[in-house]
Design a protein around this ligand. Sequence first.
Ligand SMILES: Nc1ncnc2c1ncn2[C@@H]1O[C@H](COP(=O)(O)OP(=O)(O)OP(=O)(O)O)[C@@H](O)[C@H]1O
Ligand SMILES: [Mg+2]
Length: 241
Amino acid sequence: MAVTITDETLVHAKDVTKVYQTGEVETYALRGIDMEVKAGDFMAIVGPSGSGKTTLLNLIGALDAVTGGSLEVLGKDISKMSRRQRADLRLHALGFVFQAYNLFPVLTAQENVEFVLELQGVNNNRSGRAREVLDRLGLLEYANRRPTQMSGGQQQRVAVARAVASQPRLVLADEPTANLDGENARILLDMMRDLNENQGTTFIFSTHDPRVVAYARRVVTLVDGKVAKDVVKENDTDGGV
Ligand SMILES: Nc1ncnc2c1ncn2[C@@H]1O[C@H](COP(=O)(O)OP(=O)(O)OP(=O)(O)O)[C@@H](O)[C@H]1O
Ligand SMILES: [Mg+2]
């Protein structure tokens, strides 16, 4: 277990609340979240359906605004950032493995990775860099395939490759192993953990799957929009998938 959790705080939530307004109806999705995530963390967010996991990941990812409290991501209060600054943060410092950010169906695996590099303003040797990332993650053989030509597990792995192509500090993954069988879930998690241990990439992922939870070094349980438990495992094992 090579990874060291540093003292650098990547996410600092203080009494964060989120209320969704749908017509006349208000939904209290988060009711006061206090949480700190350090660089090097490999953290699962668990909890019942509707407990606020996706909402919290969306807020940390600067995809949505907090209703109350403060949320600092990489040392900056995201509610004080402009749209442009939030877009820059997402593009350059964060990686996403979200259902809503699926692979582009008309692009091959390699082109999916290249596209993100292009958005990031990488101008030289995008294809070489994309292939390097795919290779590092054992995905080179799928470089020229479109999503429909790959299994769900392979697609999810390409989604992780795309998320980490620019070496973001923090990767947010919303149920990354949903719809994957045990074997594919294990391969995906091994890949994420390898990036965590060897590149120091910090991961926050939500899950319903106890086998995935077994991989996490830290498990935060949400219940009704609050942190009900926050457990750091003392003696980490290699996971149970
Ligand atoms: N855009 C939205 N508009 C209104 N209410 C929303 C919206 N998104 C989420 N909610 C509500 O906020 C609460 C938290 O939802 P959230 O999606 O964060 O839960 P979750 O823990 O991710 O659930 P699941 O495990 O089912 O994915 C739920 O009551 C949900 O109905
Ligand atoms: Mg969710």
